[in-house]
Design a protein around this ligand. Structure first.
Ligand SMILES: Cc1cc2nc3c(=O)[nH]c(=O)nc-3n(C[C@H](O)[C@H](O)[C@H](O)COP(=O)(O)OP(=O)(O)OC[C@H]3O[C@@H](n4cnc5c(N)ncnc54)[C@H](O)[C@@H]3O)c2cc1C
Length: 400
């Protein structure tokens, strides 16, 4: 009998736990530990600030889904892992494991830039609480409009969410009749618009430049923030960008507990894995999703590698399948997939319009890479949300 522990209960964690459970016999145990009691469909947080979604609409309680699938659910926060003794320490106790899947996402590094983040002078949309706070700020701006700065800081990897928020804000300002009083500036560490940390895709830069021109949005590429005061983003090149409202995506590190867990993570708290998503030092530990260490591409201003929902699920499926192979004594049958060779599938909502992004590989070389603009509606993103919530509520993690 083997015990498989999964840390994290969102895209990668729930997928990994349900897949391991589905493929293993009842003599083996699967336990999922998450500090959140819920799965949250993070991609829809971009709509929360404008009142187009409530957090409850995109939340699925984990317990019923996991219990129905015979996965034990522990609602607790992991504080440390001792990979040498196969022990997870939580606020409430300890859990031992034979195999571990780390799917604990990221920590948000607002502290790297003075004035960045909800405890400083900018809003965030990276967590449900942050998105709700960003809504309160937006409601104030609607009453008393003024300039807006939206963007991603140096070191950030989740640039796509920043673009989505930007175009949705522009659309909300137009719908709310305040657009003429809201001067909008986009700042990004990308060397060019549409780089996204993956080197860009054919036609992407031109498309985004067209959007910026058409919707009258100023932009600064290669931007590096020096500091953010109560009303100004100061860039390292000396530019001063005044704002009444600002949302900036921060850099990510791995989950906080990884730092206290010996050789589990790298210097940023991400988990170093090989192409089978197996830890480079500990053969019984795997990682998936945002938790995985993936080197960023070299860019003049540093930025990270984006890790979106599809590769997060895909890596969890591979990791779970490989854990099952090891449990079954089939160490020779481990599946492999370098992160950059996972297919790309994403819908970028651009405020009542969208861009469907498809590629056969996340990173170059790619044989197929398409950015398909849909200028009249954002139904693709909404359908993806509905589908994802439907399959998560039913525990159908094996579906695409
Ligand atoms: C605003 C925003 C918009 C996005 N939009 C898109 C999009 O449109 N399309 C797309 O594909 N991707 C999008 N992404 C990326 C997508 O959300 C991530 O790829 C996905 O959430 C990664 O899943 P994950 O399970 O690896 O990590 P997470 O979703 O971060 O989950 C981490 C889990 O670990 C748990 N955890 C963390 N620390 C601990 C601890 N110490 N103890 C116990 N549990 C812990 C958390 O509670 C959570 O359950 C977006 C991201 C953001 C922030």
């Amino acid at each position: 009998m083997a015990k498989i522990a999964v840390i994290g209960g969102n895209f990668a964690g729930i997928t990994g736990a349900l897949e391991a459970r589905r493929k293993l016999g009842p003599e083996h145990d699967v336990v999922l530990i998450s500090r959140s009691a819920n799965f949250v469909y993070i991609p829809s947080l971009i709509w929360v600030p404008f009142g187009w979604r409530e957090v409850k609409d995109i939340t699925v309680p984990l317990k019923p889904v996991l219990e129905k699938a015979s996965v034990e659910f522990v609602h607790d926060e992991v504080t440390r892992v001792d990979p040498d003794s196969n022990t997870i320490y939580t606020r409430e106790g300890e859990i031992t494991y034979d195999y571990l899947l780390v799917a604990s996402g990221v920590s948000l590094r607002f502290d790297l830039i003075e004035g960045l983040g909800p405890d400083g002078n900018t809003y965030s949309i990276c967590t449900p609480g942050h998105a709700e706070e960003a809504r309160r700020g937006w409601e104030k701006l609607v009453q008393d409009p003024g300039p807006v700065v939206v963007g991603a800081s140096q070191g950030a990897s989740c640039i796509g969410a920043g673009y989505e928020f930007l175009f949705n804000l522009e659309y909300a300002a137009r719908k709310g009749g305040i657009r003429d009083k809201v001067d909008i500036t986009w700042i990004t560490p990308e060397p060019f618009l549409g780089h996204f940390g993956i080197g860009g895709m054919a036609g992407g830069e031109a498309m985004l430049k067209t959007f910026m021109k058409r919707f009258n949005i100023n932009y600064v590429a290669n931007s590096e923030i020096e500091t953010i005061t109560g009303d100004t983003v100061m860039l390292k090149d000396g530019r001063r960008l005044p704002f009444k409202y600002s949302m900036i995506v921060p850099p990510f590190n791995g989950a906080g507990f990884v730092k206290s867990s010996g050789d589990l993570g790298d210097e940023k708290g991400f988990i170093p894995v090989d192409v089978s998503f197996r830890h480079k030092k500990y053969g019984n530990i795997f990682a998936a999703g945002l938790a995985v260490a993936v080197a960023g591409l070299p860019t003049p201003v540093p930025m990270g590698m984006p890790k979106t929902g599809f590769p997060s699920e895909k890596s969890a499926k591979i990791a779970a399948s490989n854990i099952v192979s090891l449990v079954s004594g089939k160490a020779g049958e481990l599946k492999v997939k370098p992160w950059g060779k996972i297919p790309g599938l994403c819908v970028l909502d651009a405020g009542h319009k969208e861009v469907v992004i498809l590629s056969n590989h996340l990173l170059k070389p790619r044989q197929l890479a398409l950015m398909i603009p849909i200028p009249v509606a954002d139904l693709g993103k909404q359908m993806l949300e509905k589908y994802f919530l439907w399959k998560t509520r039913r525990g159908l993690a094996y579906l695409v």
